[in-house]
Each structure stands twice: as structure tokens, then as C-alpha cells.
Design a protein around this ligand. Structure first.
Ligand code: APR
Length: 176
């Protein structure tokens, strides 16, 4: 499916650490020092060079950690990619609308990928695991954010780990 910025978007079921793309997006936390879920898988399979670069970021520009909604790139280590783009999703809150921060994770990751000259990028379902964002709403926000992004990344892939999340994202990106 083409979008106004002429990116090709695909929604696939799979493991993001197995995607051969230029940039793999990590659902990180502000510490940038690893965690479970996608974060754990990326660091485990990508190897210690990713953590080393994350530590350098923490020692430098991101001394206080990566703010929610921001994105920063490191090496992809042993992953089949050139970069990992770490972004920090908001923790879901039923009382406080943080959709703009979740949308920013997609927009900022696309901006960083564009600046790197990445031709392809793979996103997980940011904030829908440990951060408990309802999947259908997260999918709606992801679709809106990616379609309204101004910057070209020719190939954009949403990579979903389980069937329910895949179905929700497929519906959001392919409205009938
Ligand atoms: N490939 C693709 N998607 C995956 C993979 C994988 N290998 N592993 C998990 N997922 C999916 C989860 O099933 C969920 O749908 O990624 C989505 C995001 O879940 P989390 O990884 O828990 O990310 P998030 O909800 O944003 O929470 C981030 O969790 O792992 C910690 O350090 C991380 O503190 C941060 C928090």
C-alpha cells in the first residue's frame, strides 16, 4: 500500500530480530540499558555492541536517559540490519491521553531513519506489551502516525509477534 509520502507499507507476522531491513526499531525504555520483550530480544540477538553504544549515549547526550517519544540510532550488531533505532513508548494510562507521545515514537523513528538514509524500517507494536497500551488503539495511532509522517522511508514494515496483534494492525492499516 502506498502512502502520501510514497512509502510501501506492509504488516507482517514475525520476529523483528529476523527482519532484513536497514533499521529495526526497538521498544526500549528511557535507560537504554535493555529489558524484556523486543528490547530483550534485540540485545540478546544483536550482541553487546548495541549495549556498548547505548552506554555511550547515556554517558553523553542522553545522560538523563532517552525521553519518551524520542528516538536514537545505534549499531545493529549481529542483527540483519544496519541500525537499531531505539524509541521509548509511553506507558498506557486510562486517565491521561498520551497518544501524541506514542505517535511521536513512530514519527521520530522515521525521522532518524530518513536522516540515516535508511531505505527500509521495521517497527514492533510499540507500548502494547509491558506498557499495556490497548492493541487496537495502538494500531490506530501507528497507522495515523505513519501515514501522516512527512519523511520518505521507501519501505515500512510493521512486524507483529502474535496473531491478535497482527490482526489488529492489519485492520488498522487496511481499513475496509
Ligand atoms: N519481535 C516482534 N515483536 C515482539 C518481539 C519480537 N521478537 N518480542 C515481543 N514483541 C511484541 C510484544 O508481543 C508486543 O506486542 O512487541 C510488542 C511490544 O511489547 P514490549 O516489548 O513489552 O514493549 P513495550 O510494551 O513498549 O514495553 C517496553 O518493556 O522490554 C521492556 O525495556 C523495555 O521497559 C521497556 C518496556
Amino acid at each position: 500500500m502506498a502512502t502520501p509520502n510514497h512509502s510501501r507499507i506492509s504488516v507482517v507476522r514475525g520476529d523483528i530480530t529476523e527482519q532484513s531491513v536497514d533499521a529495526i526499531v526497538n521498544a526500549a525504555n528511557s535507560s537504554l540499558l535493555g529489558g524484556g520483550g523486543v528490547d530483550g530480544a534485540i540485545h540478546r540477538k544483536g550482541g553487546k555492541s548495541i549495549l556498548e553504544e547505548c552506554r555511550q549515549l547515556r554517558a553523553g547526550h542522553y545522560g538523563k536517559g532517552l525521553p519518551v517519544g524520542n528516538a536514537v540510532a545505534t549499531t545493529a550488531g549481529r542483527l540483519p540490519a544496519r541500525w537499531v533505532i531505539h524509541t521509548v513508548g509511553p506507558v498506557y494510562s486510562p486517565t491521561q491521553d498520551q497518544s501524541a507521545l506514542l505517535s511521536s515514537c513512530y514519527g521520530e523513528s522515521l525521522r532518524v531513519a530518513h536522516e540515516l538514509g535508511a531505505e527500509s524500517i521495521a517497527f514492533p507494536a510499540i507500548s502494547t506489551g509491558a506498557y499495556r497500551w490497548p492493541v487496537a488503539d495502538a494500531a490506530r495511532i501507528a497507522a495515523w502516525a505513519i501515514h501522516s509522517a512527512q519523511l520518505r522511508v521507501p519501505e515500512i514494515r510493521l512486524v507483529l509477534f502474535d496473531d491478535a496483534t497482527f490482526q489488529a494492525f492489519h485492520r488498522a492499516f487496511n481499513p475496509t
